[in-house]
Design a binder for this molecule. Structure first.
Ligand SMILES: Nc1ncnc2c1ncn2[C@@H]1O[C@H](COP(=O)(O)OP(=O)(O)OP(=O)(O)O)[C@@H](O)[C@H]1O
Ligand SMILES: [Mg+2]
Length: 508
């Protein structure tokens, strides 16, 4: 710590501050801890290439044990020497600066934080129009040992030909070497580590197919190639499927900036080919991919989340996926982060978003309700009630229907237990408070509650599932059992649940 104004201090007037510059060795190591996944880190590099108007991006994972490396080439506008130096400086531009409308950046950090989260050595080589190739390299160990922000100007030892890797007239190469967080000290012939490296490449590819799908579509699309294979965009909304429902678009406004919300209800699996069912599941699977998809300048920040609006991911809502778009002019309102993987709904929009979420979830659930009704219509058996009314000697009694599957199931037990259950049923039947029920129904104008209403559907699902399982265990075919239960009280009140279960029976 250097105290300035020493003359002033000597004269007795000490300045009202001291200097506290960050120590290079400590800060550069801390920049590693932003919490990026490899997928998010590489997406951050691709943001930069797209912002530099690249039309072609190639990403390669080179396996060579602990000397493995990852390289990204683009044919964007490139950087002259002074720009590339600035680009390598952590904290060169303020996030408060206004950005051009197509800029995917915000913080002036991504290149560095994303790279350091994965490797100890970052090299950038770039050529702008009519210029030479310039190379800049951060070596964390070197910075650590000299204790100064010394940016090297030579390519890394292991791949001296990094500049040759450039094609076209302008462009940029980003190379990550010493991948301590990805391969560590793995030997070249460590097959397991090699496999993990390839699997990682595959995960990255899927993440990019989703994150940048809008850039990878259309006539002027970006060509993104990972390990030599073109990345095929993943459309979360299956817009090419005829059975996809597009719900009305809701334009919202916040501080004069537009936010567009477009909900979709994806087709039920019965309307999709096996391949489409599989593809539609996305990275996290059907259930986890429900919810909002937040796009900032067409790039996905969040893929499938209810954004803390008070909704859970539920099986019967899984067909609801909602596109939400804003631009980089609203970054502050959405509190986006350096990793470009979170965004928070601004308070003034919360109620509107809740209403849209609710509406979309209802419509998605409707698909299951409809499926359930189809199942119960197909079932030929008569409707099975849980209670039967018996009139004897002019008096009304209520009996539990012994033929109801849930009851029959329970009674199908060895003698002593069956007798005990029988006694319990008789006891319940003899003590049904018929007059009381009559009075209270007469007093309330509302409809009586449907059985299990208000009970979490999990509980009912459990009763249903157990009954179903034991029917199947006794030799009833699964789909027949589902159809039978669809006409049984109280399950018949929950066609969506029936449809869901029937779906699970189809795909164990
Ligand atoms: N592939 C590239 N082609 C051309 N310029 C690039 C490339 N990558 C980075 N740059 C330049 O380097 C700068 C710093 O990039 P960096 O990712 O660190 O920050 P940013 O993109 O400005 O903001 P953010 O932290 O939000 O990503 C960019 O603003 C851009 O000028
Ligand atoms: Mg960036």
């Amino acid at each position: 710590v250097r105290v300035i104004g020493e003359e002033a201090a000597a004269s007795g007037d000490s300045p009202p501050y001291v200097y506290a510059e960050p120590r290079p060795a400590a800060l550069i190591e801390s920049l590693r801890a932003f919490g990026y996944t490899t997928e998010a880190a590489i997406a951050d590099l691709i943001d930069n290439s797209i912002t530099a108007t690249a039309r072609h991006i190639a990403l390669d994972f080179f396996w060579n044990g602990q000397n493995s490396y990852i390289a990204l080439h683009d044919d964007g506008r490139g950087m002259p020497p002074d720009v590339i130096t600035a680009a390598m400086r952590p904290g060169d531009r303020s996030p408060l600066e206004e950005r051009s409308p197509n800029d995917l950046g915000r913080f002036g950090l991504g290149l560095k934080t994303a790279s350091f989260s994965q490797c100890r050595e970052l090299t950038v080589a770039s050529r702008a129009r009519a210029g030479e190739i310039s190379v800049r390299r951060w070596d964390l160990d070197y910075v650590g040992s000299v204790g100064e922000w010394r940016l090297l100007t030579s390519p890394p030892r292991e791949i001296p030909g990094v500049a040759d890797l450039l094609g076209g007239t302008t462009g940029t190469v980003v190379v990550w070497t010493r991948l301590d967080r990805i391969v560590g000290q793995a030997a070249v012939d460590d097959h397991r580590a090699h496999d993990r490296f390839l699997q990682l490449a595959d995960r990255v590819k899927r993440h990019l197919a989703m994150t940048f799908h809008r850039f990878l579509e259309g006539p002027k699309r970006l060509r993104l190639v990972v390990n030599g294979a073109a990345v095929v965009p993943w459309d979360p909304f299956m817009t090419k499927e005829p059975a996809t429902q597009v719900l009305p678009v809701e334009p919202l406004h916040l501080n004069y900036h537009r936010v567009t919300v477009r909900p979709y209800v994806l087709p039920h699996r019965s309307k999709l080919s096996t391949k489409a069912q599989h593809d539609g599941a996305g990275i996290k699977g059907w259930n986890a991919q429900q919810g909002f998809y937040i796009y900032r300048n067409n790039r996905i920040l969040v893929a499938g989340d209810w954004l803390g609006l008070g909704f859970q991911k539920e099986e019967h809502c899984k067909l609801a996926r909602i596109a939400l778009d804003f631009t980089n002019a609203s970054d502050e309102d959405w509190q986006i982060d350096v990793k470009k993987s979170t965004a928070r709904p601004p308070a003034p929009l919360v109620r509107d978003l809740q209403a849209i979420a609710k509406f979309s979830r209802d419509r998605a659930q409707e698909v299951y309700r409809h499926r359930g009704k189809v199942i119960s219509r197909k079932a030929s058996a008569d409707f099975v009630f849980a209670w039967q009314q018996v009139v004897r000697h002019g008096r009304v009694r209520y009996r539990v229907n012994r033929a109801h599957p849930v009851v029959a199931e329970a009674l199908d037990a060895p003698k002593p237990e069956r007798s005990r259950l029988e006694r319990l049923l008789r006891f319940v039947e003899e003590t049904v408070p018929v007059p009381l029920i009559g009075v209270s129904i007469a007093q309330t104008s509302d409809e009586p509650a449907t059985p299990f209403e208000g009970v979490p559907s999990k509980e009912l699902a459990l009763v249903l599932r157990e009954t179903l399982q034991s029917m199947v265990a006794k030799g009833v075919r699964a789909n027949e059992a589902v159809e039978r239960l669809a006409t049984v009280e109280p399950f018949s009140n929950y066609p969506a649940l029936i449809a869901e279960l029937s779906e699970q029976m189809e795909s164990p």
